[in-house]
Design a protein around this ligand. Structure first.
Ligand SMILES: Cc1cc2nc3c(=O)[nH]c(=O)nc-3n(C[C@H](O)[C@H](O)[C@H](O)COP(=O)(O)OP(=O)(O)OC[C@H]3O[C@@H](n4cnc5c(N)ncnc54)[C@H](O)[C@@H]3O)c2cc1C
Length: 409
């Protein structure tokens, strides 16, 4: 193992997943984070506190999105097969009353993607009295976030990856990480890098509701399902007329209802951008806008489309978080070798950071191997003596099997 360390700035999903994969590849890593990586919802900029978390490349832009998505899906598939905590597979419906202007590029990448004729007598979750324009379903991995996050953190401990709670001055990385001690810095710092440079942050505001003991939704074939449904803009939209989708995802102890994707910038702490349209007549008056609309629209959809029901007294929390879209509103993934210490920039994952985490971490390992030279294969029993294993971790299957074993100890 190289004596020099790799500094990873950020302990969100990007930083944690990257640290785990680099460690399994034989690198000596150290993680630094401004926030404790706990889910406490205090800081709307710490996006990893908020994901729903579906494995779909929504609200994200990058020329390598296909590569990242397919590679990440391979990891999730293997983690699912090896029973890593918190990973499920379910039927997912994407349904629209608004006419789609173009096909999402990700459609052919979705496992089991099937168009559903909207004029037939097929099951399609939606709001009553609103004609449909398009619907499809696919088989989707889904992450039960509190369970998965806890498992990632215990993997971190099991792999003995050092984590320091420290705010790094991102304009002075070289002086904090001397090249005598560190060989590389990875900036998995979410919006941190642009914040420090006082740039307007390109964001999508998101609202979520947690329902305790939420029902599991089943289609007429008895399959567990989740949905994203976009009603007509006149029912639910932004001031600029952008139709918004509502969604529901099951968790083991709760249900997540969403949502919103409101585009804007935060400039010196002030929101400059779109907002939700407030003309909707909601009944659940105990909730503030837009949670009342999100709750009520999902409730009507669920009760119209299934035998399940939800009530306002089940509401556990109402959350607001920001999806950071990156500089120029797309992923920043690049190597900067102009400094003493090379930096890898890896941020701007929008609404898909969980979805793409394994794919992006895998790309970072490849870049690191190119920059530093691949470490000698070393025996993983140095990582965990109780699981003897002699090979390097190159295939998602081996990695998933090892991580699942670590979590079952
Ligand atoms: C409402 C909502 C719903 C979402 N739903 C989904 C979903 O269904 N599926 C999905 O895939 N994604 C979803 N996302 C997106 C996902 O949550 C993000 O893309 C992801 O969490 C980004 O992770 P990250 O690690 O890149 O950044 P972050 O989670 O923001 O982490 C950044 C890290 O960098 C650290 N940091 C920043 N600056 C500094 C500094 N100067 N010094 C030290 N540390 C620093 C922070 O402390 C933190 O540890 C959703 C997001 C929201 C808000």
């Amino acid at each position: 193992m190289s004596l020099k360390k790799i500094a990873i700035v950020g302990a969100g999903i990007t930083g944690l997943t990257t640290a785990i994969l680099l460690r399994l590849s034989g690198y000596n890593v150290e993680v630094f984070s401004r926030e404790h990586p706990v889910i406490d919802h205090k800081n709307p900029f710490f996006a990893s506190s908020f994901p729903a978390a579906s494995i779909l490349p929504h609200s994200f832009k990058s020329p390598i999105s296909k590569k990242l998505f397919l590679s990440s899906t391979l990891f999730y598939h293997q983690l699912f097969e090896h029973n890593f905590p918190g990973i499920h597979r379910q039927i997912h419906y994407e349904v629209f009353s608004e006419v789609l202007q173009s096909n999402p590029t990700y459609l052919p990448w979705l496992p089991g993607y099937t168009e559903i004729p909207v004029t037939g007598r097929y099951f399609i979750p939606h709001l009553p009295n609103n004609p449909l324009s398009r619907a499809w379903k696919s088989s989707m991995f889904f992450v039960d976030w509190p369970i998965y996050w806890k498992a990632l953190l215990s993997t971190f401990d099991a792999l003995e990856i050092p984590l320091a709670i420290e705010t790094i001055d991102l304009s002075q990385i070289d002086s904090r990480f001397a090249s005598s001690e560190y060989s590389l810095a990875i900036l998995a710092s979410g919006s941190g890098f642009e914040e420090i440079h006082n740039k307007p942050l390109s964001l999508l505001k998101g609202h979520l509701i947690e329902i305790s003991n939420g029902p599991t939704l089943r289609n007429p074939d008895g399959e567990l399902f989740s949905y994203n449904y976009t009603p007509p803009a006149k029912v639910y939209s932004t001031l600029n007329g952008k139709a918004q989708d509502i969604y529901s995802y099951p968790r083991s102890d709760s249900m997540i209802l969403g949502g919103s994707r409101i585009a804007g910038h935060l400039i010196e702490g002030e929101w400059i951008g779109d907002d939700l349209l407030t003309g909707y007549n909601f009944i659940e008056s105990i909730l503030d806008w837009p949670f009342a609309a999100i709750f009520e629209l999902n409730k009507i959809l669920i009760e119209h489309s299934t035998n399940a029901t939800i009530d306002a007294f089940q509401i556990k929390s109402q959350l607001l978080g920001y999806r950071y879209l990156g500089p120029n509103s797309s992923l920043c993934f690049k190597v900067d070798s102009s400094k003493d210490l090379p930096h890898v920039h890896a941020y701007g994952l929008g609404g898909a950071g969980v979805t793409l985490s394994w794919g992006l971490a895998n790309e970072i390992v490849t870049k690191t191997n190119e920059l530093l030279g691949k470490p000698q294969i070393y025996r993983t029993h140095t990582l965990s003596p109780s699981i003897p294993h002699n090979s390097s971790f190159e295939k998602p299957e081996m990695i998933a099997s090892y991580l699942a074993k670590l979590n079952s100890l």
